[in-house]
Design a binder for this molecule. Sequence first.
Ligand SMILES: [Zn+2]
Ligand SMILES: [Zn+2]
Length: 221
Amino acid sequence: MTLRTSDESSVALDERTRRARTEPMSVTAMGGGTHRVVTDSGDYVVDLTGGRCTCPDHRYRGGWCKHLRRVAAEVNAGTVPPPGKSPVECSVCGREFLADEPVDDRPRCKRCDFDVGQFVVDDNTGDLLVVAGAPGGRADETTVPDRNVTVADYPGNERYPDDDPVVRVMYPLPPGLESGEVRPHHLRQYRFPASRLRPAGDADDERADDADERTRMRQFA
Ligand SMILES: [Zn+2]
Ligand SMILES: [Zn+2]
């Protein structure tokens, strides 16, 4: 028995999918949610979110032309940024990352996105800390004050990337402390590799879980 495909449109669809995968096309993100597709037969602009393309095939027949398919495939494969994201250099560490559009004047990657006064959690100890200085300087090029060792080589920091930006942090002041009672050790700053810190209040904040656990324990004590 010979299998015969009676559905012509599905054959045409398969052919378009095949061409979308194999024909030479270069795709670049243009910002504003669009991608530019350069082919042997012309340059087209694809709006993936809106499902639109400037090619004749799309304008006359509508639907998913090979350019739309190609952009979708490359976004899924991670070879081009998705609509609404732009590749930019982090203004702190210089690493390239995908920023939400519109992009800030001084974009910061997730690793470097700390603000002075923000509460953070030490990944090593679970301690709650406060950011005391904007991130800057590489962990392997910043020396810990009064110690002859870099932040990267400081015990406990070995497993974080050497090129991490350094973040200065403090322990929060004890609750109820009067201004006259503040001592130098209360204001001591520590230098941490950025990857060792995460924003406090994340869903997986263990410290919050611990506090809940302690409250429950007290209720039964
Ligand atoms: Zn097209
Ligand atoms: Zn960065």
